[in-house]
Structures are given as C-alpha cells and as structure tokens.
Design a protein around this ligand. Structure first.
Ligand code: FPP
Length: 241
C-alpha cells in the first residue's frame, strides 16, 4: 500500500475539500476470560460475549462520529492458547466479518492490519483470510467509521518490518516508516483503551499511539459500553479544547 494516496488526509490548498474525520479510538479488549470465570462459564463464553460487546461498540462509536475504531482481535502471541479457544476466537472473527448488513446499515468500512498472509510463517487459516477479504470488499463503499481489526498482529513486528522496508528504500525517517506500516492510511491514535484493570499496552499500536491519551477501566470487555466509550472520548475532547 506504500506510496498510495492517503485517504482522509487533508488535501492541499488546491485539492478538493476533505471532511474532517472524528477521532481514532484503539481498543485492547481484555478480560473476556475473567468475565466468564466470575460467572462459572467457560472462557469461550467470555469471548462470545466479547464479540457482542464489540458489535455494540461499533454501533455506539459510529453513532458518535468516531472516525476510526481499531481493535486488537488476535495477537501474534495468541496462537499459543489452547487449540479449542483459538478455534473459537477465529470463529468469532468470521461472525464479526459476517455482520455485513449491520455494518452497511451503520456505514462502517471494514479494514484489517496484521502479519501479511503471504509472509513466510503466516498462520491465518484460509477461511479467516476469506472472511476478512469479503468484509473489506462488501463494505468498501461505506464512507463512515473505519473499523480496523488487528488480526495476527504485533506492533514490534510491524515496526521492524516497516523499518526494514524504509531502509531498503533509502535513509529511514519517521515519514518513511509511517508509509511502510501495515496500513499507512491509519491516522495516529487519539485515545487508547484497555479494559479489565490491566495497565499495559501489550504490543498494540505502539508507533501510532506515540501521542495518544490512554483510558484504563476496570470494566471487563464484555461489559464495555457507551458509558466507558464516552469517558474515553472525553479525554480526546479535553485534549483538543
Ligand atoms: C482478551 O481476553 C481477548 C482476546 C485475546 C481476544 C479478543 C477477542 C474478542 C473480544 C472476541 C471478538 C473479537 C473479534 C475481533 C471478533 P482474555 O482472554 O485475555 O481475558 P483474560 O485476561 O480475562 O483471560
């Protein structure tokens, strides 16, 4: 994607006017397992509830004019979880990517970042690749919020790859590394959200969050709702005021 025009970037003085986009919210959706354990349920039930919470958050964020919502769906480290749990989380990704009607109703465009499928060692199954690609294709005409799912994603791997590509193209610079990120059209993160009482960044969007505000909440991801989203967005408003 490197070298492509950056969608949503402000145009130059002679270019067409580009509507200002709302803030970029990035979420580390933590606490599904603990949410389930507290209820005497299997961990998979927590992930299922987490997918529902994500769908509700997409609707709420879109209604509030959020420009980008980027979520940590599956990390490069998550492959070591028990195979049944991995299968369940992958099936939930296919469920989310299958919500085309709802996404289109909300004018949401689907996007993905992560280890490229054609990179040696990529473990993303074909059916997940297909689900991601179909959701991207079926929502590409939407002009509202961009929902980016980070799948098989790790930020240090992304930065390392970008630095390598930038160095191969000449002297590396911040701008050259920007252009070599998995999706260079993603704007900087305005507010980084982490649920469930953990106050760690866990290798998510490190480069893009260089100037982000951070919102931590004790609420587990399946219970994340409009109230927490509004609290996170209030940090952005406070910064811009
Ligand atoms: C962290 O909870 C969550 C994950 C590793 C997976 C995130 C997946 C979802 C929210 C399901 C739906 C998402 C998409 C994109 C379809 P955890 O298992 O680490 O919880 P714990 O820390 O309480 O054990």
């Amino acid at each position: 994607m490197s070298g492509q025009p950056v969608p949503n970037a402000p145009s130059g003085p002679s270019g067409p006017p580009v509507p200002a986009r709302g803030p970029h919210v990035a979420c580390i959706m933590d606490g599904n397992g603990r949410w389930a354990k507290r209820r005497g349920l299997p961990r998979t039930a927590g992930h299922t509830a987490g997918e529902e919470a994500l769908a509700a958050t997409v609707r709420a964020a879109s209604a509030r004019g959020v420009g980008h919502l980027t979520v940590f769906g599956f990390s490069t480290e998550n492959w070591v979880r028990p195979p049944a749990e991995v299968r369940h989380i992958l099936a939930l990704h296919r469920k989310l990517f299958g919500r085309i009607e709802e996404l289109n109703q909300n004018n949401v465009r689907v996007n993905w970042i992560g280890r490229p499928f054609d990179e040696p060692g990529s473990r993303t199954p074909r059916n997940v690749q297909k689900g991601i690609q179909e959701a991207i294709d079926d929502t590409k005409a939407n002009t509202g919020m961009v929902l980016t799912v980070a799948f098989d994603y790790g930020s240090r791997a992304e930065i390392t790859r970008a630095a390598r590509l930038a160095a191969a193209a000449g002297a590396p610079s911040v701008a050259a590394i920007d252009r070599a990120m998995y999706d260079p059209s993603l704007p900087p993160v305005d507010v980084l959200v982490r649920t469930s009482g953990e106050t760690r960044i866990s290798n998510f969007m490190l480069w893009q969050s260089a100037r982000a505000r951070v919102y931590f909440t004790d609420v587990a991801w399946p219970d994340f709702g409009a109230r927490q989203l509004d609290e996170a967005l209030a940090l952005v408003v406070a910064t811009r005021a």
